[in-house]
Write a protein that binds this ligand. Structure first.
Ligand code: NAG
Ligand code: NAG
Ligand code: NAG
Ligand code: NAG
Ligand code: NAG
Ligand code: NAG
Ligand code: NAG
Ligand code: NAG
Ligand code: NAG
Length: 848
């Protein structure tokens, strides 16, 4: 290992000392209790925030990790007793025991600067969330909800009676600085610090530390003198070898297990003596809600003791940090652009880190023995505890005594570790495909706001919306208004929900929902045209309606709206989660393009609905759409922006061309151009055919699938499906947007697709011009009140008549309006519906 000897003088010049007062940019996170609870404290949310900062700051891994700690981590913040917040006084500061070790780490072992301006990149909610999950602390005081959260047994209640502080300790304090991961809750601040330390390895001599001004300032001279004398005599007696390795402390260990174990020694061991059985190591915890984890309770066996010096989350993160620290320098040597979020995400995944797939959290129990030995842990812990004690304990504890206590703590730790490794172990499993989609959720009266949030938290995580192209939107099931218009990350989603103050649905009004979808789909199509898109995620509308039933009138209205939707837009999937879906199955029996799914749920509980959605929607293949929204116009091909996508090894990306776009076309080409990070395999097939034509596309090559006469017979025109997998990866995706280094990127482009009726055949006015007219017309119609398909059409015709009289040129526009609002009533009609009534098992029939 490379040993860098610290030049303490230089630290003084470039690095400021860590202070215990809350820095200005974090004050808002405490004033008035801080922002309302928002996104779940979960790995995916944490990674998304880190990624956002990485994208903005453009620092390398080493500078970024240390700056992240400097800027947003401050351990040991607690609320002062009996002080009330005022305009001039904020009763919070970093005064709990966690602060001391963290201060030593940052001042002496990880010299760093704060190069990140979080305020420029993150919203207030995001900044505070990231600060809270990075900073270790415990909120110890009684809150008043303990009887609900952690009820007492009668026998325990008697023990409790004797507490008499001015403020009572809670039976279940809240541990901060933790996030939920599939392999147990972890303290991400510890993992980040370990990675930072590994890239700046320092072995610091105890004697050097003792002589640093920064360190000496806060220690009584008598104690310091005793310490110096003891070390000097050790040196004189040549108890230290000539290289001094007997007296140095490694920053990687300070950042991880030795740091937390030294806290046990100093805060508890000094009090109870050198007896392993009296050392409290580890903790019993519980999330207040596993679907929407926000508070992590410490269920302390004895309410009056505050022995949370080394919690399970810190142990797990310490082990993970040590494992990563062993590998990160060599990975960075291979790929200089490697980012913190990539390392952490790959480690906490079933596939492992792309450079070294065995390094992953599901292998933690195996890797543990490679990185931790009792001897090293003892050596590092005892030295650090000795130094830490000078700061925290008011009497001098001789080295011998400190070593005995440390030895007891290390014994207690080594005894405890197997059980904690076992408790949080989850086997590695083969990773599964996650479909990309624009999901829209609408709920009925069965869920209140909190349950909707639980569901969204769960589905946002399962769809990986923070990491992939997917988005989630929330529609009010009764009014059809947008509660969350569209969110690409969970923090934005929860901020919008926190801002929503109107009531939650007391019933489901499906006509309102479908007409909102219709309007949104139209807007999205117009946007596709103006952005010249060639492909995109499919829209999936998930109607959660375990309780409410449709009235006959509503059914009729919905049917006619659905007819309008289905005849004009082709890549909107509907999924209904209901206890009895018989009525819902009647909504659409005209356009059988298999974009419907009925999930039977057994109750209204969020867990039941989530498990049905997981099995039938998320594990399903929902292909992305390849579309030809815009037509060649004025005799020229319209410009098309190639669709950029990527595939991860062991996953696949699927696409579909709806038959509408194939109909009546002479020749269609779909091109896949490899972006050069590995080889891909692209397969094409039509409808439910099992025969696929596949083609390997090497780095930087392109391949076009040619479909001549894709629909030769008017009666049979199955959709065209494509699937892309990565057959090899060079592990070199380097630009900042890469999710992982081993993803393989490609571009998709096509020509010859039929265009939407919206911009039908040869036309004079420019597309944007028409688009505007269309929007104006339809939004006026909607404002007239509740929309039914029939009424829409009727009013449209009245308006058409008006416009025709008003201006002859307008009649051209009107043709498109008719085509879009009630498409297929016109010339396309018969052909349109026939295309769509194809007997191909794609969706509905497979699950019926
Ligand atoms: C979340 O999305 C919003 C917009 O939808 C964006 O402004 C914000 O920066 C995103 N946050 C993160 C952390 O990516
Ligand atoms: C001290 O370092 C030298 C060279 O760096 C090495 O040869 C020697 O073995 C080391 N001594 C001890 C006791 O580690
Ligand atoms: C979990 O804690 C958060 C934040 O305190 C709170 O908003 C939420 O209601 C709690 N959930 C449950 C189920 O108690
Ligand atoms: C908790 O308190 C009980 C009774 O006072 C005691 O027997 C037990 O050892 C204590 N547990 C711990 C972990 O201190
Ligand atoms: C919150 O809602 C108000 C209006 O109700 C709106 O003006 C504001 O922009 C919203 N804030 C966010 C962050 O969405
Ligand atoms: C669609 O566009 C119209 C007009 O531009 C706008 O008023 C409406 O709010 C948009 N609807 C949605 C769902 O975005
Ligand atoms: C159509 O093309 C002709 C000649 O190519 C050009 O003069 C005319 O401006 C174009 N019209 C539009 C609307 O772009
Ligand atoms: C498809 O057509 C293009 C151009 O006509 C041609 O270059 C390409 O080789 C064709 N692909 C196949 C597989 O025939
Ligand atoms: C444009 C087009 O192909 N239209 C066809 C629609 O279907 C009828 C028969 O139902 C044909 O006669 C049209 O040619």
């Amino acid at each position: 290992m490379k040993i860098l000897y610290l030049l303490f003088a230089s630290i003084h010049i470039c690095v400021s000392e860590l202070l215990s007062s809350i820095p200005t940019h974090l004050l808002e996170c405490y004033r008035g209790g801080g922002p309302a609870p928002g996104a779940p404290k979960r790995l995916d949310v944490f990674l998304n925030l880190v990624r956002r900062l990485e994208l903005e700051s453009r620092l390398d891994l080493r500078l970024f990790s240390t700056s992240l700690l400097r800027s947003l981590r401050l351990d040991g913040i607690e609320r002062a007793a009996n002080v009330f917040e005022s305009e001039f006084l904020l009763p919070y500061r970093a005064s709990a025991f966690q602060f001391h070790k963290y201060k030593m780490l940052m001042d002496l072992f990880l010299p760093s600067q704060d190069l990140i301006v979080a305020d420029e990149t993150l919203s207030l909610e995001e900044k505070c969330l990231l600060h809270k999950v990075l900073s270790s602390s415990v909120r110890p005081w009684e809150r008043g909800d303990e009887n609900i959260v952690c009820p007492l047994s009668a026998e325990r209640r008697q023990h409790m009676a004797s507490t008499s502080a001015s403020r009572l300790y809670s039976r279940c304090p809240i541990e901060d600085g933790v996030i939920q991961s599939p392999w147990g809750a972890i303290a991400p601040g510890t993992v980040v610090a370990a990675i930072a330390a590994s890239l700046e390895t320092q072995q610091v001599f105890v004697t050097d530390i003792l002589q640093t001004n920064l360190f000496q300032e806060e220690i009584p001279t008598t104690i310091l003198d005793m310490a110096l004398r003891e070390w000097d005599s050790k040196l004189e007696r040549l108890e230290l070898n000539e290289n001094g390795t007997d007296s140095d402390i490694s920053n990687v260990w300070v950042a991880t297990l030795a740091g937390d174990l030294a806290e046990v020694v100093v805060n508890l061991g000094v009090r109870v003596g050198a007896a392993p059985q009296r050392m409290t190591i580890g903790s019993i915890n519980k999330w207040n809600d596993t679907l929407l984890p926000r508070d992590y309770y410490l269920l302390m066996p004895n309410a009056t003791s505050a022995d949370w010096h080394m919690t399970d989350a810190e142990i797990l993160a310490g082990i993970d940090g040590l494992i990563l620290a062993q590998h990160v320098p060599s990975w960075v040597a291979q790929r200089r652009t490697l980012r913190l979020s990539q390392i952490v995400e790959m480690y906490y995944s079933n596939e492992g880190v792309s450079f070294d797939p065995n390094v992953r959290a599901c292998n933690r129990h195996v890797l543990f023995s490679e990185v931790v030995t009792r001897e090293v842990l003892f050596r590092e812990t005892s030295r650090l505890a000795h130094v830490l004690a000078l700061r925290q304990v008011t009497v001098y504890i001789p080295l011998e005594e400190m070593n005995r206590i440390s030895d007891a703590a290390v014994s207690a730790f080594m005894d405890y570790v197997p059980s904690v490794l076992k408790q949080y172990h989850v086997d590695c499993v083969a990773s599964r495909n996650i479909p990309t989609m624009d999901l829209i959720v609408a709920t009925d009266s069965s869920w209140d706001g909190y349950r909707v949030q639980q569901f969204l938290s769960w589905i946002g995580g399962s769809l990986e919306i923070n990491m992939q192209k997917s988005s989630v939107a929330l529609l009010h099931g009764n009014t059809g208004e947008w509660i969350v218009p569209r969110a690409h990350n969970l923090t934005a989603l929860f901020t919008a929900i926190a801002n929503y103050t109107d009531g939650w649905p007391n019933r489901l009004n499906l006509p309102n929902v479908v007409s909102s979808i219709l309007q949104r789909t139209r807007n999205a199509t117009l946007q596709d045209i103006s952005e010249m898109r060639s492909a995109g995620p499919t829209t999936v509308v998930l109607v959660v309606t375990p309780t409410d039933r449709l009235s006959a009138e509503e059914l009729e209205t919905t049917r006619s709206l659905m007819r309008t939707l289905r005849s004009s837009f082709f890549d909107v999937f509907f999924a209904y989660a209901a206890q009895d879906a018989s009525d819902l199955k009647n909504i659409n029996n005209e356009y059988m393009d298999y974009s419907e799914l009925f999930l039977t749920v057994s109750s209204t509980s969020v867990g039941d609905v989530a498990s049905a959605v997981d099995t039938h929607l998320l594990k399903n293949v929902i292909p992305s759409r390849i579309v030809g929204s815009q037509c060649a116009f004025n005799g020229t091909e319209y410009a098309q922006v190639p669709y950029e996508d990527f595939v991860l090894p062991s996953r696949e990306q699927s696409y579909r061309i709806h038959p509408f776009y194939l109909w009546q076309q002479a020749s269609i080409q779909v091109q896949f151009r490899n972006d050069g990070q590995g080889r891909i395999l692209v397969c094409m097939w039509r409808g439910a055919e099992t025969s696929r034509s596949c083609r390997a596309v090497a780095e930087r090559e392109a391949f076009s699938f040619n479909l001549t006469q894709p629909c030769p017979s008017p009666d049979f025109c199955p959709p065209a499906n494509f699937i892309v997998t990565a057959s090899s990866t060079q592990n070199l995706c380097a630009h900042v947007e890469c999710r992982f280094p081993h993803q393989v990127g490609y571009y998709l482009q096509h020509s010859g697709l039929r265009c939407l009726p919206l911009l039908g055949s040869a036309v004079r006015p420019a597309p944007i011009w028409k688009v505007l007219w269309l929007s104006i017309l339809i939004s006026r119609l909607r404002r007239d009140g509740q929309v039914t398909g029939i009424r829409v059409r009727w009013r449209l015709f009245k308006r058409i008549a008006f416009f025709e009289r008003a201006h002859t040129r307008v009649s051209l526009v009107v043709v498109y309006v008719v085509t879009i609002a009630s498409s297929c009533v016109h010339e396309h009609a018969s052909n349109c519906s026939r295309v769509l009534e194809l007997p191909v098992c794609e969706w509905r029939s497979c699950y019926d």
